[in-house]
Design a protein around this ligand. Sequence first.
Ligand code: GCO
Length: 480
Amino acid sequence: MTDSYLPKDFLWGFATASYQIEGAPQQDGRAESIWDTFCRIPGKIAGGTNGDVACDSYNRTAEDIELLKKTGAKSYRFSLSWSRIIPLGGRDDPVNEKGIQHYVKFVDDLRAAGIEPLITLFHWDLPENLDKRYGGLLNKVEFSKDFENYARVCFKAFGDRVKLWITFNEPWCSAVLGYSIGQFAPGHTSDRSKSAVGDSSTEPWIAGHAMLIAHGAAVKAYRDDFKAKDGGQIGITLNGDWAVPWDENDPKDVEAANRKIEFAISWFGDAIYFGKYPDSMRKQLGSRLPEWTPEEIALVKGSNDFYGMNHYCANYVRHKETEPDINDHAGNLDILYQNKEGVWIGPETQSPWLRPNPEGFRKLIKWLSDRYGGPTFYVTENGTSVKGESQLSLKDLLDDEFRCEYFRGYIGALADAHTKDGVDVRGYSAWSLMDNFEWAEGYETRFGVTYVDYEGGQKRHPKKSAKEIGQIFDKYIKKE
Ligand code: GCO
């Protein structure tokens, strides 16, 4: 029996994202998002796939709610498709009532099933029209006004029944993978061999700044006009892995590990909690990192009611002796999976970047809690793929002991962080309720606690982890 526990009323459940599960790209007036167009670029997505059908969740909401109910989940984090709600995206463009009605019904059905909805406003699927119209995230003035308007439309439509709002999901991914590496929509990259578009020495930083301002504007709108009446909370979800020095005895690696977290997380976290960018970033990037105006600081500083934390794994970090490249976005370091002694950070999964290391979860949430003055945390994603899962027979893949072990380790580490380190954590959403469109990795990589048979009429088969995760939480959540 463990001494560690999670608080009573702890809100645990699952997370998904609109483009990864909904399909139905043309139904009920939805227009295209940048992910629809990006998927058509040859070579961008494994297997040449896209989200046109995905899990067909747009047409299977009742089935998805049944799945949730079976697990005993208390909450469900999902994202709204901006392109369904305001198909052309902008503040002067028409609102699509059918899109709104779809989500109103979904939220009502969730609540009727006793499941608390957590809404993400932006999980990367920007309306394509805004990218065309003014360059999307690269135009902070237009983008933040349009995002604020979209957020207001959503607060008005769902605010009376939704108490937890997330503005952006992992802005790091949109900025770096979308505007530097070119692995995500809209696919800008400095790599000439990948038909470069854009200038990745500046664009990720510009996009990041725009998302921060848009986040601030949406939070201000919520606090000014909705919060008192609706009584909800609003925050941002940041991603980030724990970083361990490649050589614990080399002060330069120790510093690089810290710098890695600053470039990946504090880029946004420091802006929101301190109204500035980390010194390590300013030092490396100089004026390529946008300057803050006093109005922007006023908007962004203090703009989190809670910290949404996505977390999957840990890495080793080794400093580089050479000067940073102009396109470097990581903090001039190498990310490795083995340390100086050849020790692996964790076992292999199907995702090249993901090696589980539950201790790293506890360390990172403590690191964040210390740095940001003990905010309330909601863990908004945590989960794993399983090496070779797609190749297994149905019977074998449903027995996903590897994923169960992942959840045991990570949820245990979270309970330790709460009990022994005093971290204020109130919720946890596992990634993911079901297998889905894993962005550039297509459908081969599966993160679900439910197997989705894409060829077999989209049938959903709960894996062992779907049944077990509730028992794990049951062990930790205080009864009174
Ligand atoms: C994320 C993503 C998910 C991914 C998951 C697994 O926010 O990183 O929300 O969309 O599918 O992280 O890679």
